[in-house]
Ligand binder design. Structure first.
Ligand SMILES: [Zn+2]
Ligand SMILES: [Zn+2]
Ligand SMILES: [Zn+2]
Ligand SMILES: [Zn+2]
Ligand SMILES: [Zn+2]
Ligand SMILES: [Zn+2]
Ligand SMILES: [Zn+2]
Length: 1805
């Protein structure tokens, strides 16, 4: 059936016959156009789709062809005639002409697709929903402003050109208006009139057709105009999307129901999810019903509603599909011309016959919640590109929308789709246009409508008092509430801009305000709580809903107050109405008389701890806000009579807030413990930064309002009463009563309550940073908050933002002020940049700042105390200077000098005198002193400003009089009671009060200052008792001295004790101490506490300034001449980290092992290809020159006994198996792959390396055989030249060739069937033994086992295959990991321009040491014939001898790998058949030397053949005589010679340049070789290698026994090398390279770098936003992920993009990393701005991205939206992690640290 799609003859014929032009022409003459077009649709629509829908049984193969075909048929048969009709000629020409001639639209209107970057200006945007697209932003003025960047979640469009969206710069360069904007032209008038006429007709018909069909509900009938022509009776089984069932459920069900494959089911599910519905089965109605039944049955399990399935006639489906297509087409057509757009708007909104709701677009809008996702999207798109782009019709549409607002929102409440696909989401486009919003408010009374709708939604949840009482949390309620939030956010949009002109708006706003008051009345006092006295609450009451409602309302209340502030009439009226509303909520109870200090008042008898009290008081708080506005706007002063208090008295105003504050104090005092956590939480939110602005802050404000209008004595009496501490004052009896009749915890409660009360008074008088209350600006307020946050500790920008309240635009105003109070400290490679408080701002620190939580307060105190001490200041925290109050609140200060307060303070000071008295606490005293200091400061200020005569603030005078109001038990009054001043002076001498001494002194000093001021003005009444005393300042000084002396003595004593202890300890633990010191030194670099001891370098000989690594003249431990006798001093002892026992390492002892991690690596890979997937596919022995995939070994350097490790590993294994079922996902290591964490440092490991030292050079017990005399002779110390004479390379090579070919024959015979016959030994076969042989070393059993363990691990990991000890490739993989690890280490050093010596970390050193010690020993576990076979192949390669084996050319192989392998495996050729022999150190030193020379020469040829010299380079003018010149010339000659041999055109290159090039190219090889031989044989590296200068080349050559002029090798060995040279240059492959048929590596080889990232993060986002999922057509991808290794963008977390890896389905990232990074993945998740590290199939972690904002912070998940710039240092750090092969380690650490988190499903990323 699928085939029919492409070649259906019927269709093809029809297409050929069909002429769109003719059809259109026929329509033009038709009188009834509508039925003509309908007929056409009836005829063609079903057959187009019929042809297509039948294919749905085979969607995968056909889907691409299908969409092409579908497109073609739609275009050709249906849309083209419409186009022809509209234009009357070729539509393309006409439309493009129209689009060219019409001016570019002034609105950009670019519709965002998901993931696209959006920009908003924090300075100029009217609100954060105003955004620009990237193009517009780049060309706008906001580029240089403070902007916010986000990624769009799809939908919404660019606001460029919308003058109402921007305070400045509404246009970008591109959309700047060209013509005079004063002339609004009707764009339709610019169209040719006949075109306009046809457009009107056509658009109307199309829109009606589309809205008819999309809203059509019949399943097997059609609207009257359309007939079902084809009576084939085909039906479709239509599956609908829902938000309940998962992808997997749907896929599973579909496989059952419609019998499709999994892939097909995935496609169906993806389509259903994307479009909202999809035909999953086509057939007769019975078949479809059957499928429907199965689907419903399968998905209705549990409590789920089944998936929605519908069986529909295929014609209905076809027409609906075409209707969607038609709307999209209309959108396209109108994009060409504003005139056409206008016509579409007119037709789309043209009222129908019955009502305006019957317009086509109106009908669609009202049906919105019944439509499927695809249909909604398509008409929303059309709305965006038509009515929302046209200011006039935006208004009309807005009206329609607002009229139907309630209905739409109610529909949405029931809708199971997200808001993003609901038409209600368009409110943001309409309500954020200020003029439109205000118009809708006046004409539609929208404010009231919305508030009523909101209230209506909550009405059912009220108790009998009309207050809300919310039910417990449930899913459906949560759903309901989340939907309701949208109503509130619409409200926020409406209120965002205050009006410039009120007029009619005034009444409508107040109407809305009235509805708001109704809502607030239902909240005021809701969910009251009563203190539990005897029992705990059994059920925690519901509290979250109420608090979250408050949180939601909070910004709206703030905005409403802003509105009120902008108009005097509105403000006064709103205030009046609020008061009326409040007074209707008051509960006046019985009254009682309060008397204290001669003051008396009436107050309600209410007791907080016994009666219900509510924390929800929005009405009171609104009044407090409005009251302050009266002062701020000046209304109160202009027309005081306008302010009616109504029947509210100040005490009744403050009553409820005061109760709430008392409740909070009692909660702190622990009196409400039995009420459980719900109260604790409510109190927390009450003061939390997110709520406090409309809760706690406003309550304090209300108290300030009240206090400013009341007798201050009454105010404090009321406070005392509500805090339930009233009875404590008025007499001195309270402390005496404590012992007798007051319960102990009541005393504690009372003490805390009193502390809280004092703090409250401090806040009421001192917290003046409210514009309208104190003389401050908004900036002052923010500045003060910032100072207090930074007083706690230096903070990052984001931390500060979180700690400050945000306005409705999510701005805190932080940036404007922070520079003035703090300095920015930049971050390092990790961490964040922070702001540090400037020291001059410390004086503004208020220790009792009202927004501090308790912990914050103590932290701030601690850090400020520290700061003061550092500056050498006295540690006192006097109240900072307070801003002056505005006149309306001026009387607030009188609270400080109220008699009642005087009494309270005096009484407490009196208690304090008696240290045994339990009534007071230190915190109480602190607050008393704070109040006294505040009062004195106020007085001082007033004296300074006003002078004595005018000031009526006389606190100090009152403080000198006896404390008022005491009626002691004895009844004595008056003179006997001391004054507050006296009490303070007495306290100075109480020793228990040391902590407060400075503070008391400071207070008394202030007293003195004020007295002086008063005395100066001659108005000072004689002091009561003024004796000349030591002045406080002097007293201070002596006190300080005394203290310092004491401290010094104390310190000295402690030091003496410490050192005595230390001496004792060292004497006792001498051994231990030594060890620790050693460890500390050795761990200085890496922080590992125990590592391999460094290679001991015997420095016996005098040549160690220039040591030599190889050859018979080798220096170091095994050097000839000294070696034999000097053995034994290198006893190496190590300590096992598991059992802490020491152990000597030797081949025969129990093995010690090193935890190690083997991984594959593409760090060096020249071509990252599928090689990494299957490393077995390329030759491992002759490693390709581009090292496509290496095997790397790392180690943490921790040493264990082999047996200790084994039992540890088994224990881990057992543990894992036990927990596998439950928590398997939690492990950071894969036990099945042998992974474990180092028991000491938790470093990821997957094997162990046994430790052996320099076995290759260890001259152990060697016995000479054969020509021992000759050998003896050679043992004499001779210079290298003489050596080379004695045994020329020619001889050596001849011997070796003989041996190798002999062995080759023998090996071949052995494998032949009857090949047991004795082989004729070729002549010279045993010459190789001439320089001595000996028996091989024996290894202990445990050593043998460990040798096999690591060998197998290298094989198993390196080749990604099953472990097999017998595989001949095992030794090869061992050699390879040696070579590759050295190469990787060297490359990194090279890249970082570090010298060879002294740059290795301890871990690297231990690891290389262990590897090179291990590799030669490992040979022991490998069968001889395997080793020999490998050597034969290596040798054949080196000599390019193709007679022996087929081998690649020298250009194709990495020669360092060849060097390492051949050196390690060369000793094998000494053995014969079953007789295992090994060369003496002398013999092998000769082999090493010549092998190195040979390989080096081959490498030089490799370089010369591949080099590319820059011809344009200037010839250097070195003089001909210098030795360099000689070298240059010989290199030049050699190059020429090679080129000739290779038949390569002779390029003329400059000799000087050649030399430079060669030296640079060969250097890495030399450095690698030096490292290799250093660790293999133990000769110390020359100390000169500490540098990286040109001298290192010569030093390396000397160290490696090479001439510094490397071409001399070719001269020295001329006769040997010449024949080789021919073969090296002549091979077939060399030629194929010359002809460009083969990619060849050039030297020096570069390590792979990570991709270049753009400086600006948003350009990355933009790039990624264009990325489409490659496997599902055109779908936006949610998580585009950039591979940082190669730059590919991948479709992560996508069902369609999963691939199979080793038989499992994995996500695109995992699949890619298997190829690109050999299992290691480094990605950037672009939309989240997170680095993703992956390892293997199921391990990974997130890592901070290398992008920082200007505050030095990363923004993971892009929550904050600050512009982000690339931080190169951090990116390099990440790259270094990769180059160090430390990614798996990083992941393991991260996973270990995050065990508690839900694990990510890494496999599917
Ligand atoms: Zn734009
Ligand atoms: Zn623009
Ligand atoms: Zn701007
Ligand atoms: Zn041990
Ligand atoms: Zn470790
Ligand atoms: Zn995809
Ligand atoms: Zn990649």
């Amino acid at each position: 059936m699928a085939a029919a799609l492409f070649l259906m003859p019927d269709e093809v014929n029809r297409c050929v016959d069909f002429s769109a032009k003719d059809v259109a022409a026929a329509w033009t003459d038709e009188p009834d156009l509508c039925s003509a077009i309908s007929n056409h649709f009836s005829k063609y629509v079903p057959c187009v789709s019929n042809a297509l829908s039948t294919s749905s049984t085979a969607p995968t193969a056909a889907s691409i062809g299908k969409s092409k075909n579908e497109e073609f048929l739609y275009q050709h048969l249906l849309l083209e005639p419409l186009g022809w009709f509209l234009c009357a000629e070729d539509p393309e020409t006409v439309l493009s002409h129209l689009s060219q001639s019409s001016q570019p639209p002034q609105l950009c209107g670019h519709v965002f697709h998901m993931g696209e970057p959006t920009y908003s200006c924090r300075e100029c945007a009217v609100d954060p929903t105003c955004v620009l697209c990237m193009d517009c932003f780049q060309q706008s003025i906001h580029k240089t402003h403070r902007y916010r960047m986000n990624t769009s979640s799809g939908g919404g469009f660019c606001d460029c050109g919308d003058v109402e969206a921007w305070k400045h710069g509404p246009y970008c360069q591109q959309h700047r208006p060209h013509s005079d904007p004063g002339l609004p032209l009707d764009p339709v008038s610019l169209l040719p009139s006949d075109l306009a006429c046809r457009a009107r007709e056509l658009f109307s018909i199309c829109l009606c057709y589309a809205s008819d069909l999309l809203t059509w509900e019949g399943v097997d009938s059609l609207p009257a105009k359309l007939r079902i022509l084809s009576c084939s009776g085909t039906y479709c089984c239509m599956l609908f999307n829902d938000e309940v069932h998962t992808y997997d459920q749907v896929i599973y069900t579909l496989q059952k129901a419609v019998n499709c494959t999994q892939k097909e089911a995935v496609t169906f599910a993806t389509n259903v999810d994307r479009d909202g519905r999809k035909t999953v089965r086509v057939g007769d109605s019975k078949q479809c019903e059957q499928a429907k039944n199965i689907i419903e049955r399968h998905t209705s399990r549990g409590n789920h509603k089944p998936l929605k399935v519908c069986v529909m006639h295929s014609a209905v489906v076809a027409h609906q599909a075409f209707a969607m297509r038609l709307l999209a087409w209309l959108g396209q057509v109108i994009s060409n011309s504003e005139g056409l757009r206008r016509i579409l708007c007119q037709e789309g909104l043209r009222p129908g016959h019955d009502s305006e709701n019957a317009s086509p677009l109106g009908r669609l809008m009202l049906c919105d919640s019944h439509l499927w996702k695809g249909a909604r999207n398509v008409y929303h798109q059309l709305l965006m590109s038509s009515v929302l782009m046209d200011m006039e019709y935006k208004r009309n549409f807005g009206m329609l929308f607002a009229k139907n607002y309630v209905r739409l929102q109610k529909d949405f409440m029931e809708d199971d789709h997200e808001r993003s696909v609901s038409v209600t989401a368009l409110s943001v486009q309409l309500f954020t246009v200020p003029t439109l919003a205000q118009e809708l408010m006046t004409t539609q009374n929208l404010l009231k409508t919305i508030l009523l709708l909101f209230y209506d939604q909550l009405k059912d949840q009220r108790d009998r008092n009309g207050h809300f009482q919310f039910e417990r949390y449930s899913d459906s309620q949560d759903f309901h509430f989340r939907r309701m939030q949208n109503i509130l956010s619409d409200l926020k949009f409406l209120l965002k801009c205050r009006p410039m002109e009120w007029n009619d708006l005034r009444q409508c706003f107040l109407d809305g305000f009235e509805s708001l008051l109704e809502l607030l009345k239902a909240i005021q006092g809701m969910e009251p709580i009563t203190r539990q006295v005897s029992h705990h609450l059994e059920v925690e009451p519901e509290w979250e809903t109420a608090v979250s409602l408050q949180m939601q309302l909070s910004p709206i209340l703030t905005m409403v107050q802003d509105w009120c502030a902008s108009d005097e009439l509105v403000l006064v009226e709103a205030y009046r109405r609020s008061l009326a509303a409040l007074s209707s909520c008051q509960d006046e109870g019985p009254m009682e008389q309060l008397i204290l200090c001669g003051h008396s008042m009436e107050a309600g008898q209410y007791i907080v701890s016994q009666r219900p009290v509510s924390i929800h008081l929005p009405l009171s708080r609104l009044i407090a806000g409005l009251h302050v506005l009266l002062s701020k706007t000046g209304v109160a002063y202009q027309s005081p009579t306008l302010i009616p208090l109504g029947d509210m008295s100040p005490p009744s105003l403050i009553e409820q807030p005061l109760r709430c504050l008392a409740l909070v104090a009692q909660e702190r005092a622990g009196m409400w413990r039995r009420n459980g956590f719900s109260l604790v939480n409510q109190v927390y939110y009450y003061q939390n930064v997110r709520c406090r602005r409309e809760m706690f802050d406003k309550d304090i404000m209300m108290l300030q309002v009240g206090a400013s209008m009341m007798d201050p004595n009454h105010f404090i009496m009321l406070l005392l009463k509500r805090f339930e501490v009233f009875p404590m004052f008025g007499s001195l009896d309270y402390p005496r009563n404590i012992g007798s009749d007051i319960a102990k915890d009541a005393v504690q409660h009372n003490a805390t309550l009193l502390e809280e009360l004092l703090h409250l008074i401090i806040m009421v008088v001192g917290e003046r940073y409210v514009p309208g209350l104190g003389q401050v600006t908004g900036e002052d307020v923010v500045r003060r908050e910032v100072i207090h946050q930074l007083s706690i500790k230096p903070m990052a920008h984001s931390e500060l933002v979180k700690a400050l309240p945000e306005d409705e635009n999510h701005e805190t105003g932080l940036e404007a002020v922070v520079e003035s109070v703090a300095t920015f400290r930049k971050p390092g490679v990790t961490g964040k940049g922070v702001y540090v408080l400037k020291s001059e701002c410390m004086k503004n620190f208020n220790i009792l700042f009202y927004h501090y939580a308790r912990t914050e307060q103590s932290k701030a105190e601690e850090s400020q105390r520290k700061g003061k001490k550092q500056n050498g200041e006295v540690v006192v925290f006097p109240p900072p200077e307070m801003p002056p109050l505005l006149p309306m609140f001026a009387s607030l200060e009188n609270v400080l000098q109220a008699d009642v307060l005087n009494c309270v303070l005096g009484t407490i000071l009196h208690w304090v005198q008696d240290p045994r008295c339990q009534a007071w606490t230190e915190a109480m005293l602190q607050k008393v002193l704070h109040l006294v200091m505040m009062a004195l400061q106020v007085e001082k200020q007033q004296l300074e400003v006003a002078g004595e005569t005018e000031s009526n603030f006389t606190f100090s005078l009152k403080a000198l009089r006896p404390v008022s109001g005491w009626q002691s038990a004895a009844g004595s009054r008056g003179t006997s009671s001391p004054s507050m001043f006296t009490l303070l002076e007495r306290l100075q001498n109480v020793t228990q009060l040391d902590a407060h001494k400075d503070c008391i002194t400071w207070t008394l000093q202030l007293f003195e200052t004020i007295q002086q001021l008063r005395r100066k003005s001659g108005h000072f009444p004689s002091m009561v008792e003024q004796q000349p005393k030591e002045s406080p300042r002097e007293r201070d000084k002596t006190e300080c001295k005394r203290k310092a002396e004491m401290a010094r003595l104390r310190r000295e004593k402690i030091m003496a004790q410490m050192s005595a202890m230390q001496r004792h300890f060292i004497a006792e633990n001498r051994e231990l101490f030594k060890q620790t010191v050693g460890e500390m030194e050795s761990s200085a670099e890496e922080g590992s506490s125990s590592g391999l001891a460094p290679v001991e370098v015997s420095s016996g000989s005098g040549e160690d300034a220039c040591p030599v690594a190889i050859g018979p003249c080798r220096s170091g431990p095994g050097a000839l001449g000294t070696g034999v006798t000097e053995r034994g001093n290198g006893r190496r002892v190590m300590c096992c980290i598991l059992c802490q026992e020491e152990q000597e390492t030797s081949p025969t002892a129990t093995a010690m092992v090193l935890a190690a991690f083997v991984q594959r690596s593409t760090v060096m890979a020249g071509t990252r290809a599928r090689a990494a997937l299957d490393p077995g596919a390329f030759d491992q022995l002759l490693m390709p020159a581009d090292v496509p995939c290496g095997t790397h070994t790392t180690s943490c350097g921790h040493v264990m006994h082999a047996h200790c490790w084994q039992s540890f590993f088994e224990a881990v294994q057992a543990k894992e198996q036990r927990r596998q079922h439950r928590l398997r996902a939690h492990t950071s290591y894969d036990i099945d792959n042998g992974e474990f964490l180092c028991p000491l440092c938790q470093c990821i490991s997957n094997t162990v390396i046994p430790i052996l030292f320099c076995s290759h050079g260890d001259v152990g017990s060697w016995q000479l055989s054969f020509c021992s005399e000759e050998a003896q002779m050679f043992r004499q110390k001779l210079p290298l030249e003489s050596w080379l004479e004695k045994l020329p390379m020619a001889t050596w090579l001849e011997n070796l060739t003989c041996r190798v070919s002999g062995l080759h024959v023998m090996l071949q015979r052995a494998t032949e069937p009857g090949g047991l016959s004795i082989v004729e030994v070729p002549q010279g076969f045993r010459n190789i033994h001439n320089f001595g042989i000996m028996t091989p070393l024996r290894y202990s059993e445990s050593m043998q086992a460990m040798l096999a363990t690591f060998g197998t691990a290298a094989f198993h990991v390196g080749l990604k295959t099953h472990p097999n000890e017998q595989d001949p490739r095992v030794p090869v993989m061992v050699w390879n990991t040696c070579s590759f690890t050295i190469q990787a280490v060297e490359s990194l050093l090279h890249e970082e321009q570090k010298p060879l010596l002294g740059s290795l970390t301890r871990r690297q050193e231990s690891c290389l040491q262990a590897l090179m010690g291990f590799a030669p020993a490992h040979q022991n576990t490998v069968p001889l014939h395997v080793q020999q076979a490998h050597f034969i192949r290596l040798f054949a390669f080196l000599t390019q001898d193709r007679k022996i084996e087929a081998i690649p050319s020298i250009l194709q192989v990495d020669l360092f790998h060849v060097l390492v392998s051949s050196v390690i495996c060369c000793p094998a050729v000494y053995s014969e058949k079953c007789r295992s022999l090994r060369p003496t150190p002398l013999s092998s030193s000769i082999d090493d030397l010549y092998l190195l020379h040979l390989v080096t020469m081959a490498h030089i040829i490799q370089i010369l053949l591949t080099c590319e010299t820059d011809e344009s380079m200037e010839l250097d003018s070195t003089s001909d005589a210098c030795p360099e010149h000689e070298e240059q010339e010989s290199i030049f000659r050699l190059h020429q010679h090679c080129m000739q041999l290779a038949n390569r055109p002779n390029t003329t290159s400059c000799p000087w340049q050649l030399r430079q090039m060669l030296r640079a190219a060969v250097l890495p090889f030399l450095r690698c070789a030096a490292l290799f031989f250093h660790f293999l044989l133990g000769a110390p590296l020359p100390s000169g290698l500490q540098g990286t200068g040109p001298e290192q080349f010569d030093l390396l050559c000397h160290y490696l026994s090479l001439p510094t002029n490397l071409t001399m090798l070719f001269d020295t060995y001329r006769e040997t090398v010449d024949p080789l040279l021919h073969r090296w240059c002549n091979a077939e492959a060399v030629r194929s390279f010359q002809q460009g048929q083969m990619v060849v590596i050039r030297y020096p080889r570069k390590m792979n770098k990570m991709v270049h990232l753009p400086q600006d993060y948003s350009s990355l986002i933009n790039k990624a936003s264009r990325f489409r999922c490659p496997h599902s057509d055109g779908e936006d991808n949610r998580t585009p992920t950039l591979c940082l290794v190669c730059g590919t963008i991948l479709c992560s977390q996508c069902y369609s993009c999963q691939a199979e890896l080793d038989g499992e389905d994995v996500g695109a990232c995992i699949a890619h990393s298997a190829i690109c990074g050999a299992g290691i993945g480094i990605f950037l998740r672009v939309r989240e701005c997170q680095t993703l590290l992956l390892c293997g199939k199921n391990k990974g972690c997130f890592y901070p991205p290398p992008y920082l904002d200007e505050y030095g912070e990363t923004d993971q998940l892009l929550r904050r939206g600050n512009p982000l710039l690339l931080c190169l240092e951090r990116y390099h750090k990440l790259q270094r992690l990769w180059h160090l092969h430390a990614i798996p380690e990083e992941i393991a650490h991260a996973q270990e640290a995050n065990q508690s988190f839900t694990t990510n499903d890494w496999q599917h990323l």
